[in-house]
Design a protein around this ligand. Structure first.
Ligand SMILES: O=C(O)c1ccccc1N[C@@H]1O[C@H](COP(=O)(O)O)[C@@H](O)[C@H]1O
Length: 218
């Protein structure tokens, strides 16, 4: 562990939460463009937040099965550093988005069992990063952001040819164990640092970052 762990906090939608993320030394912030999510931002809200974001944190746009026109509409107004594709985008679609928009693409891949692992290899061949997340429950409204963890043992010490991030049900209480077990060098959290869906909690954010860096006893 240590301060070289790179942390992404997703679903931020206030200036205060973004300022706190910056003061904690978070590496990435996620802006959610998915109307069913309690963390959804419209384009003008996202623009205002992104323009106000202190330098040094990568601004990641999270979309779900978005068409080119929807991605273009975001990028025309919001200064974005990376695209996070969190739907059922195929490897071909990931390659297409990457080529068309000229931004690094992180593809989220849901894991519930060993049968899901080959997809990680397939996406690692076309994406700039992969995000290893829990597979959502059948019929869930959201393909991510459900606060659900998967069995980390499935990917313990696995490596891919591109950088990867661990996500899914991480909290201040479990992130240190998740890092120890999987060897992740990057972690992503959304609901685990909230007091209610979509409401980020300053104390949980601070405790999450400290725990991920191994600064607490967890
Ligand atoms: O956060 C959301 O609302 C969201 C909506 C649609 C797709 C993904 C979403 N969040 C991503 O899900 C994972 C895990 O979140 P959690 O920590 O389990 O709540 C994370 O990568 C978020 O970026």
């Amino acid at each position: 562990m240590g301060t070289d762990i790179r942390i992404k906090i997703c679903g931020l939608h206030t200036r205060a939460a973004i300022a706190q993320a910056a003061s904690l030394g978070v590496a990435y912030i996620g802006l959610v463009f998915f109307p069913k999510s309690p963390r959804h931002l419209d384009i003008e809200e996202a623009r205002a937040l992104a323009l106000d974001t202190p330098p040094g944190m990568a601004k990641v746009a999270l979309t779900v099965n978005a068409e080119d026109a929807a991605i273009e509409a975001i990028l025309n107004r919001v200064p974005i550093d990376m695209l996070q594709l969190h739907g059922a985008e195929t490897p071909g679609r990931v390659a297409e988005v990457r080529a068309r928009f000229g931004l690094p693409v992180m593809k989220a891949v849901g894991v519930a069992g060993a049968e899901d692992l080959p997809a990680l290899d397939a996406y690692a061949r076309v994406a700039d990063q992969i995000l290893v997340d829990a597979k959502p429950p059948k019929g869930a409204d959201l393909p991510g952001g459900n606060g659900l963890a998967f069995d980390w043992q499935l990917i313990a010490k696995r490596r891919w040819a591109v950088p990867w991030m661990l996500a899914g049900g991480l909290t201040p209480e479990n992130v240190a164990a998740a890092i120890r077990l999987t060897g992740a060098r990057q972690v992503d959290v959304s609901s685990g640092v909230e007091s209610a869906p979509g409401i980020k909690d300053a104390d949980k954010m601070a405790r999450f970052v400290a725990a991920a860096r191994g600064e607490t006893d967890a």
